[in-house]
Ligand binder design. Structure first.
Ligand SMILES: Nc1ncnc2c1ncn2[C@@H]1O[C@H](COP(=O)(O)OP(=O)(O)OP(=O)(O)O)[C@@H](O)[C@H]1O
Length: 687
């Protein structure tokens, strides 16, 4: 019987459960067995007039059979359909030749223990045959014990399982899951048989193509599918520039500074104020801001100094304690507060997080227009200088969110003015002056509820100062509101009006923020009133996060390459090993080398040396250096992946050409690096 054909030309088809007619053998029917065998060793066309011999005993009469094949009485060809669950359909089972039961069962070499003993089936039981009664072709090196997720799978089912064949996978799933759509990338293990299939999905994981970058959007549109720009491999120039400038600012020092060398455990002070004018209007004392490095943890902090402050009550300094517990993204986290005489006076120092290159809201939006909060009356006609409403709402939502936390901790921000809010990145602001007045005005402190109400009014004024900078928002808020009315939405005007006005009595009917109808004026009510804007701001934040993740993913692969390059750098042409051919080990040590070969001229290291030339030192036909980033990235990625692709490495004297695969090179790197690591004594000696 032709079942053995599963091991020959039809094996692949059989493995995939595909049976395709092959008319090629038709004319040579006498000597050719049927190739239309299905996975069950049975020709599906046999009853439909298949031209081939289905048994060697029929071979001699094959010619007669073939002559009668096609005539008007021939039954039409109807391909058999596998049952929806992947098992053989009842129709097919019913048409299997009874002789099939005597067929020699194909036994793949690697599958021994799980191959069931062949059994005979009576003719009338043929309709009960099902997939698990027969063996499919199983690749020889395939280890059925690797099959996971089918704790109840029988050995015969395991034999017919091909993990890379979706149909096979589906057919192996429990019957209730057959109709379900299988998502091979889903990590959801609780539904649709996922629990069974992904229980230990690592067993079947195909080798990841680490050398193949998969760039995430946004993409340039005028490139062909295979083309990449160098920018596709790195974060955007704008973001890199921003981060590098921030890093540079963080590390900046003033070598010939007249500032104290050390304040407590903070050193390397650098002033951050952009002007030298002492301004006592905010805190009652001139305040200065410095960046300094902590010798305790090495991090950089911002020090706000209140010049000339004298502590009269020891308890006052403790008022900062609850502020240390405020954890919110829209405030500069407060770490410590103390007094010092290092500046030659008595100063109060507040330690907060440092955000490099930040500017205050005042500097960002108001200073360049010549305005100052609570300041003059310049005309402000240029509409293009208007802060977009979406930006304003972004600020409002951030401030409201931090106020919720502050008020929830029974504190009040007290300082909600543009010069005490820093913009740390696009659209991100943080409060900087909080907590100070709790210390400086400790003895004259007012009820917190009053201060919290004042926070809301101050927030309203802050918005007004941003949207109508040429009006004095303290003395004449109505004019500023009129300006707001002309240029911004009704919603913003309602919010500002609500913030500026005192809480209405409970009987007041409707109000913009709803809560006012109940006579409540607090930050929670305000947040409810601006819920729609919060959702919009949240969505914008999600988009910004997506963009950052996309940028981050580009750099993800580069970390791998740096590690690889580092290893290559460690290995290639080490001068200290030139006479020994390897790390120094004392005689008797298992790794002791008695040869005098040079380290980089022997073994795998020689390939690696030539590989380095191949990657970095190629020259074109005219001897000019090839400086091609794409070539370097491609080579290093293939090396990291251990690809089977081969490359020709040419010796420096051009007398030898070696063909090696990336896989061999990778193995060489691992081996050489391991050897180096073990020879730490020798390298340490050199250093
Ligand atoms: N935590 C911080 N991290 C980094 N820079 C900060 C921090 N706090 C403030 N700055 C920066 O320090 C500078 C001075 O801040 P400050 O609060 O004194 O503002 P100002 O405009 O000088 O206000 P004033 O006139 O009231 O002193 C600003 O440029 C501000 O961006």
């Amino acid at each position: 019987m032709a079942a053995a054909g599963g091991n020959g030309g039809g094996s692949n088809d059989a493995r995939r459960g595909i049976s395709s007619p092959r008319p090629k053998g038709r004319d040579n029917a006498k000597n050719t067995l049927c190739r239309n065998v299905t996975i069950f060793g049975h020709c599906k066309y046999e009853n439909s007039g298949c031209a081939y011999n289905h048994d060697t005993s029929k071979a001699n009469t094959a010619n007669n059979t073939t002559k009668q094949r096609f005539n008007v009485d021939s039954p039409s060809f109807t391909p058999l359909q596998p049952a929806t669950n992947g098992a053989i359909s009842a129709v097919r089972s019913a048409t299997i030749s009874p002789k099939a039961v005597n067929a020699t069962v194909f036994t793949p070499k690697a599958v021994k223990s799980l191959t069931p003993t062949p059994q005979s089936y009576p003719k009338d039981s043929s309709s009960d045959w099902s997939a698990h009664d027969f063996q499919d072709f199983v690749p020889q090196s395939y280890d059925p014990s690797q099959l996971v997720g089918y704790p109840n799978a029988t050995a015969s089912l395991i034999n017919g399982y091909d993990p890379f064949n979706v149909q096979s996978t589906l057919s192996a799933l429990p019957a209730t899951n057959h109709q379900a759509q299988l998502n091979p990338y889903s990590t959801e293990t609780s539904t649709l048989g996922g629990a069974a299939y992904f229980q230990n999905s690592n067993s079947f994981a195909q080798p990841l193509q680490y050398h193949a970058y998969f760039p995430l959007g946004p993409h340039r549109e005028n490139l062909l599918a295979y083309q990449r720009t160098a920018h596709d491999f790195f974060i955007s120039d704008h973001l890199r520039d921003d981060l590098q400038r921030k890093a540079e600012a963080s590390r900046q020092i003033l070598p010939s500074s007249t500032l104290p060398a050390q304040i407590e455990h903070f050193h390397s002070l650098v002033p951050l104020d952009t002007n030298n004018r002492p301004n006592a209007s905010t805190f009652g004392y001139p305040s200065w801001v410095y960046k300094a490095v902590s010798s305790k943890d090495g991090f950089t902090y911002a020090l706000r100094r209140l010049e000339g402050f004298r502590l009269t009550n020891d308890k006052a300094i403790k008022a900062i304690q609850p502020w240390k517990r405020i954890n919110n993204g829209s405030i500069c986290t407060i770490h410590d507060c103390f007094t010092t005489r290092e500046f030659g006076d008595s100063s109060l120092i507040l330690i907060t997080d440092y955000h490099p290159l930040s500017k205050t809201l005042q500097e960002t939006h108001l200073n360049q227009q010549g305005h100052r909060f609570h300041g003059g009356r310049q005309r402000y006609h240029d509409q293009s200088n208007l802060i977009p409403e979406q930006t304003i709402w972004g600020y409002v939502v951030q401030i409201a969110s931090v106020l919720k936390v502050i008020h929830g901790t029974n504190l009040a921000a007290r300082v909600l003015i543009p010069s005490k809010m820093i913009v740390t990145s696009k659209g991100r602001i943080r409060l900087t002056g909080c907590g100070i007045q709790d210390v400086t005005m400790y003895d004259t402190s007012r009820p917190v509820s009053d201060l919290q109400q004042e926070d809301l009014v101050n927030l309203g004024r802050l918005i007004l100062s941003l949207v109508a900078p040429n009006h004095n928002t303290t003395t004449n808020p109505q004019k500023a509101l009129d300006t707001l009315n002309r240029t911004y939405s009704e919603r913003l005007r309602e919010a500002v009006t609500w913030l500026l006005n005192p809480a209405p009595p409970p009987s007041t009917p409707t109000s913009p923020t709803g809560g006012a109808a109940l006579g409540i004026k607090d930050i929670d009510t305000f947040l409810q009133g601006i819920a729609a804007q919060i959702v919009t701001v949240l969505d914008n934040t999600f988009h910004a996060e997506d963009t950052l993740m996309s940028s981050l993913s580009r750099e993800l692969e580069n970390g791998r390459l740096v590690r690889l390059l580092t290893k290559l750098g460690f290995i290639n042409e080490r001068p200290e090993y030139e006479s020994t051919g390897g790390p120094h080990h004392p005689p008797g040590h298992p790794n002791h080398h008695s040869t005098n070969n040079q380290w980089s001229e022997t073994g795998d290291r020689y390939y690696l040396k030539l590989f380095r030339d191949y990657v970095f030192h190629q020259v074109d036909s005219e001897g000019r250096p090839v400086v091609d980033l794409a070539h370097v990235l491609s080579c290093l990625n293939k090396l990291d992946a251990g690809s089977d692709e081969r490359i020709s490495l040419v010796s420096r004297d051009e007398q030898n050409v070696m063909v090696v695969s990336y896989r061999e090179l990778k193995r060489g790197i691992e081996g050489a690096f391991l050897e180096l690591s073990k020879g730490g004594g020798a390298t340490g000696r050199r250093r």
